[in-house]
Design a protein around this ligand. Structure first.
Ligand SMILES: Nc1nc2c(c(=O)[nH]1)N(C=O)[C@@H](CNc1ccc(C(=O)N[C@@H](CCC(=O)O)C(=O)O)cc1)CN2
Ligand SMILES: Nc1ncnc2c1ncn2[C@@H]1O[C@H](COP(=O)(O)OP(=O)(O)OP(=O)(O)O)[C@@H](O)[C@H]1O
Length: 193
């Protein structure tokens, strides 16, 4: 029998490729992608009649969430944004006017800190990813924040991961703790698994 390459080694290799590809994008390509993602996500939110969503504040290299966060604000949709905790879990706070700097230099909201359990109140979760495959298996950045957050929910709202088009792969390696997502949002459209 052919021995499978160790899942974690393969995950690291994919993350490395995605990091390089993200770094190479021009500012113009990034802002175009941000606007396209916003349009796709806005339609999704409207279809779900979402009044509360969980999302995240994107870093410069990541698929941008600025457009969708602005859209949500304009349409009175409450947005919860993650705050990295020391213990490896995520707290949340509502999108407000101010953005602070959290652990690992991540942009984070500065409002009242809400516990991990608030995630079960939202209508939709928009999650970051480094890659997603056609079965809905999602690869993150290797610290398990979203796998833990999603795995802890008894009743899970639909989860869509946001990625660039070249990050949709045929297969990403999965381990027992990996939580599949319901769909993906990319600049060119939406995938449902
Ligand atoms: N914008 C955004 N916010 C997010 C996430 C994300 O992917 N994107 N997360 C999705 O889960 C959580 C944070 N996830 C993280 C995953 C990995 C590392 C990380 O590997 N850090 C490096 C150090 C980085 C540095 O050099 O400053 C490390 O630990 O070696 C940090 C945060 C919550 N907030
Ligand atoms: N539900 C969980 N409970 C405890 N540990 C977990 C859980 N989910 C993931 N982990 C741990 O988190 C680490 C990272 O997992 P993995 O490589 O799958 O990350 P990832 O999918 O890239 O991360 P993320 O979920 O943050 O996007 C692993 O060491 C794993 O054991």
């Amino acid at each position: 029998m052919v021995r499978m390459v160790d899942a974690q080694t393969e995950k690291r290799a994919i993350r490395e490729r995605v990091r390089a590809s993200r770094r190479a994008r021009t500012p113009e390509a990034r802002s175009e992608a941000d606007a396209a993602i916003a349009a796709v996500a806005a339609t999704l939110l409207q279809e779900h009649g979402a009044t509360q969503v969980a999302a995240y504040l994107s870093l410069p290299d990541e698929p941008g969430t600025n457009g969708i966060l602005a859209w949500a604000r304009e349409h009175g949709v409450r947005v919860l944004l993650p705050i990295v905790r020391q213990d490896g879990l995520l707290d949340w706070a509502e999108q407000g006017d101010a953005i602070g700097e959290g652990a690992f230099g991540l942009p984070e909201p500065t409002g009242e800190v809400l516990p991990p359990t608030v995630l079960c109140d939202v209508d939709l979760i928009l999650a970051p990813a480094s890659a997603i495959d056609r079965r809905g298996m999602r690869l993150g950045w290797g610290r398990g924040y979203f796998d833990k957050a999603l795995g802890a929910l008894a009743q899970r709202p639909p989860v869509y991961a946001i990625a660039f088009d070249d990050e949709i792969l045929d297969v990403v390696p999965d381990e027992a703790h990996d939580q599949p997502v319901d769909g993906a949002i990319t600049p060119s459209g939406r995938l449902t698994f």
